[in-house]
Design a protein around this ligand. Structure first.
Ligand SMILES: Cc1ncc(COP(=O)(O)O)c(C=O)c1O
Length: 409
């Protein structure tokens, strides 16, 4: 009689689960809290969210209109055959692959890469969670918030790898201890990186793949900025993992490439064994992509003209940054992406400068520490930096950069 009661009381007395702080709070919510009700000092310019403001490509409207009836049907989770074929053809054209990607088994459509990155962590932990020790996921620091949210939700320990100026803003692979690699389930990496825009060379990507194969973990390569570069096209992880793509999973998106962040479409390609498991999870849990949106993506992956124009616009904005920012705040033109990652530690630090830029200049930027986590030694690799998204038009961007320099002078 007593035993069930005791057990009930003991259950009730259990400590609360770890605080959701582990998941990480949205940097944009924290930014709203920091700025509070403060009015902007000048007409506001948002450079906080990485939301491309260049025009939506002209073909989007007509394609949606032509396929409007398909909103009346549930899409298959894997994605339409034509969409997977279009993505596979694009990968084969864009990257140096020794064989074509198989659209049937090596591509899945995503509702934007964010949900894919998050759910992939859960699928990976289900497939590969029995490791030697506490299962871990490796995450560059700073990083895109969905990686840590995925790792924590999947019951893995997120292990943050500092990506600082000292290591070229890419995690130091030589610093990874064997016992950590032995318990790693997945390694998230972004090249070009958000926020620093660092681009990994092919040998770096190959070293990650070799580690993954040796230690039996997956590489989750976030390549949503791969088409935004001003010099050489960045390499992709599939190149490092060809010809069989074992342990390699690459995430792509039309949000940045084609200025379609609101369409919510991307895809994942690579290791067919993982993708088969991932599809099982996706079939019961993931959002499907409406077929008219997939029709747009088919057109978008078949066209490079709008992408070239997009790159030209970003390239001009980096020319502006070169001229206006010059060598202030440790600025150097990054290999990819559309962010400035500016060291403002000599100007009062990232939160203070963010507040000041808003109050005095109407500029909304993100404190770097909100995009990163504290390392065990208490350092935060984002602290002291601000992230400035150059997503507006040329004129607005030039005005914003002049205001920034004038305010911090
Ligand atoms: C590094 C990185 N990865 C992934 C995403 C997610 O993009 P989407 O879900 O629009 O494809 C973003 C969006 O800002 C990003 O910056």
């Amino acid at each position: 009689m007593l035993a069930p009661l005791v057990s009930m009381l003991m259950t009730a007395a259990k400590p609360a689960p770890p605080p959701s702080a582990e998941l990480g709070r949205s940097p944009f919510v924290r930014l709203r809290e920091l700025l509070g009700d403060e009015p902007p000092g000048k007409p506001a310019i948002s450079m906080a969210v990485g939301e491309p403001q260049h025009g939506v490509p002209g073909f989007v409207g007509p394609v949606l209109a032509a396929h409007i009836a398909e909103f009346g049907r549930y899409p298959m989770n894997k994605g339409m055959d034509e969409m997977c074929e279009s993505a596979a053809r694009w990968l084969t054209r864009r990257f140096s692959l020794s064989r074509p990607v198989d659209p049937a088994r090596e591509v899945l459509v995503l509702s934007g890469s964010r949900e894919g990155l998050f759910l992939a962590a859960i699928a990976a932990a289900r497939q590969n969670g029995r490791r030697r020790g506490t299962p871990a996921m490796l995450i560059p620091n700073p990083f895109y918030a969905a990686y840590a949210a995925g790792a924590v939700t999947a019951g893995c320990e997120p292990v943050y790898l500092p990506a600082t100026a000292a290591n070229g803003f890419l995690p130091d692979l030589d610093a990874l201890p064997e016992d950590l690699l032995a318990r790693t389930v997945a390694f998230f990496i972004a090249s070009p990186a958000n926020p620093q825009g660092s681009v990994a060379d092919l040998s770096y990507l190959k070293r990650i793949v070799a580690l993954a194969r040796h230690h039996g973990f997956l590489v989750f390569s976030d390549e949503c900025y791969s088409e935004i570069y001003t010099r050489a096209p960045p390499h992709g992880m599939l190149e490092a993992g060809a010809p069989d793509f074992e342990n390699v999973v690459a995430f792509q998106s039309l949000s940045k490439r084609s200025n379609l962040p609101g369409l919510r479409i991307g895809f994942v390609a690579g290791d067919r064994n993982f993708l088969a498991r991932f599809l099982e999870l996706r079939n019961v849990a993931a959002p499907q992509v409406p077929m008219p949106a997939q029709r747009v993506a088919i057109a978008a992956y078949g066209d490079e003209t709008h992408v070239i124009e997009n790159r030209r616009l970003y390239s001009h904005k980096f020319d502006l940054a070169d001229q206006i920012i010059g060598d202030r705040y440790g600025y150097r033109r990054p290999g990819g992406g559309f962010f400035l990652w500016l060291d403002v530690s000599a100007h009062g630090g990232d939160e203070a400068v963010t507040l000041r830029l808003w109050r005095e200049a109407g500029l909304r930027v993100v404190p770097g520490q909100y995009l990163a986590r504290e390392q065990a030694d208490g350092s935060n690799p984002g602290r002291g930096y601000i992230r400035v998204a150059m997503v507006s038009d040329q004129e607005t961007t030039a005005e914003a950069l002049h205001r920034l320099v004038a305010t911090l002078r």
